[in-house]
Design a protein around this ligand. Structure first.
Ligand SMILES: [Zn+2]
Length: 173
């Protein structure tokens, strides 16, 4: 098989081995695809964040959307609509965090950093960096609240997760 079509098993051996263990112990699930606690969380890809444990929930309870910086993009809006109408979501928490790589650098700085280290020009992509996490979070909360297609009565809030203390700090918009 051409290398370009092959599953790169050498890159995923640990993943597949761990999954075999998981499947051995897995007892099936009575859960449905609906969010049992009616919650959606929009958060960052930061690997220090375990969204379920941050809010004391379990698999089956919450829809989790993640991207760099926990920003509200068109695809986040799309997913929130589907989650609201089809999957039981009635409240949405947008949850960026402290010490985020996407906060404090300008868009131009990030492009320049990547270009300097790799020689790649990434300026065709908007990374949606932020200089002020509270300000960008407020903007994102407003963006979701302003979505005219979202079901009436959906509650939308923003809170910054502190990766050192583990605490959420709700932000007024
Ligand atoms: Zn982050």
């Amino acid at each position: 098989m051409p290398d370009s079509k092959r599953f790169p098993i050498e890159a995923f051996e640990d993943v597949l081995e761990a999954n075999a263990q998981h499947a051995t112990a897995y007892g099936g699930s009575d859960l449905t695809g609906r969010a049992a606690r009616g919650l959606a969380i929009v958060t960052c890809i930061d690997s220090r964040i375990d969204p379920l444990s941050v809010v004391g929930m379990q698999p089956g309870d919450v829809k989790i959307l993640r991207n760099a910086g926990a920003r509200v993009t068109d695809d986040v809006q799309r997913t929130l609509l589907l989650a609201s109408y089809l999957l039981g979501v009635q409240r949405i928490l947008i949850m960026p965090h402290t010490d985020c790589r996407m906060v404090g650098s300008s868009e131009a700085d990030i492009h320049a950093t990547i270009r300097a280290a790799n020689g790649i020009d990434t300026r065709s992509i908007e990374f949606r960096t932020s200089n002020d996490v509270d300000a960008s979070l407020a903007l994102d909360v407003v963006r979701v609240r302003a979505n005219p297609l979202l079901p009436a009565g959906t509650r939308v809030g923003g809170a910054v997760y502190d990766v050192l203390s583990g605490r959420l700090r709700p932000v007024e918009v």
